[in-house]
Design a protein around this ligand. Structure first.
Ligand SMILES: Nc1ncnc2c1ncn2[C@@H]1O[C@H](COP(=O)(O)OP(=O)(O)O)[C@@H](O)[C@H]1O
Ligand SMILES: [Mg+2]
Length: 331
């Protein structure tokens, strides 16, 4: 996953270890006080667009893509990805709370009955109202939905809460490097922040908030991205284009000034891209996708000549005077 997800290595390490331990049953803390296996529960925090959802999409692919135990082809992530369930607060927009509650309960119950080893994601966890949060608190505390155990499942809570905490820690670390921020310290800071917010919301009493916190195994940072990460995202996209070109018999290269050109199209607020890694996608679509498609088309059209020449022809990405990007033949 580290080939795809940039800038979040500290949390990626913890997440992959925790999930692997949970799956292999190594996790020493897997038993709660009643001797039941408890689900692995992780809360991930950070500003929008920095890879929180991207992480669980990649994880779903790693965990479930391919043939599952029932010999059914599963396409993960996607509609036919049976073990992976993403719940949004928004899915349950009915005004009737009891009905909302029942729908959510049913969705979860169906999920774990059919797939005891599920990967359940609650997006925008911080935006759940008190009632819904109470519902999740009960489920996580009991480790069950109805009478179905969640013990073999992983529950990921995704929230934008904590982004000022993470900004501050990133600004304060002397080296400026996220890798140098102690994981214990950042986890404690996120946990304290969550507790403070919950107390302010007054959804539940002090001890219920504490119980809920105790049921969350990790509070993990998804840090704001920085310029070097956006550069890496573009380099990754360009390398992918390069691989596709090669599979069509052409060598396609770029030079670093192209990366600078693309990064300059991304909007920053000081050190940080405002939309995280998201804008790299729109800039790619806006500047690179069309010339690349036309390029592939021209390779197809000239296929016979190329084959006759029997060597890889070499091309380069260039920024034209009119600020558009194109692909030209290397002379
Ligand atoms: N750290 C990252 N590494 C690689 N791509 C990223 C990263 N962060 C964001 N992206 C890109 O931006 C898109 C939106 O990010 P997403 O994970 O949905 O944000 P959020 O943190 O709000 O859940 C992703 O699908 C991915 O293409
Ligand atoms: Mg998200």
């Amino acid at each position: 996953m580290s080939r795809y997800l940039v800038g979040q290595e500290p949390s990626l390490r913890v997440l992959t270890d925790a999930i692997c331990d949970h799956i292999s049953g190594l996790e020493g803390l897997a038993q709660d006080f009643k001797g039941q296996k408890k689900p692995l529960v992780v809360s991930v925090h950070g500003p929008p667009g920095v890879g929180k959802s991207y992480f669980h999409q990649l994880a779903a692919h790693v965990l479930y893509h391919g043939e599952n135990a029932d010999k059914v082809q599963s396409h993960c992530p996607g509609r036919q990805c049976p073990g992976y369930k993403v719940l949004f607060g928004m899915d349950y927009t009915t005004h009737d709370r009891d009905e909302q509650h029942a729908m959510l309960q049913k969705a979860l119950l169906d999920q774990v009955s059919l797939h005891p080893q599920s990967f359940i994601v609650v997006e925008e966890y911080d935006k759940l109202d008190c009632h819904m949060r109470g519902f999740f608190r009960q489920i996580l505390q009991g480790g069950k939905v109805g009478n179905q155990s969640l013990g073999d499942s992983v529950v990921l809570l995704e929230s934008n809460l904590g982004f000022s905490t993470l900004h501050r820690m990133l600004e304060d670390v002397p080296s400026g490097q996220r890798e140098d921020i102690e994981m214990d310290r950042v986890q404690r800071a996120l946990k304290d922040m969550v507790f403070t917010v919950w107390q302010k919301q007054q959804c539940e009493g002090f001890s219920d908030s504490q119980k809920l916190l105790r049921n969350i195994d990790f509070f993990l940072p998804f840090y704001p991205l920085e310029r070097k990460h956006v550069e890496k995202l573009f380099a990754m996209r360009l390398d992918l284009f390069g691989e596709t070109a090669l599979s069509h018999g052409a060598v396609l290269t770029y030079n670093p000034s192209l990366i600078d050109f693309l990064v300059n199209k991304v909007e920053f607020d000081g050190r940080y891209p405002i939309e995280g890694g998201k804008e790299a996608n729109t800039v790619t679509t806006g500047y690179l996708s069309r010339p690349f498609r036309l390029f592939l088309q021209s390779l197809e059209d000239n296929k016979e000549e190329e084959d006759a020449a029997d060597s890889h022809t070499s091309y380069t990405w260039v920024v034209q005077k009119n600020n558009m990007v194109d692909i030209v033949l290397n002379k």
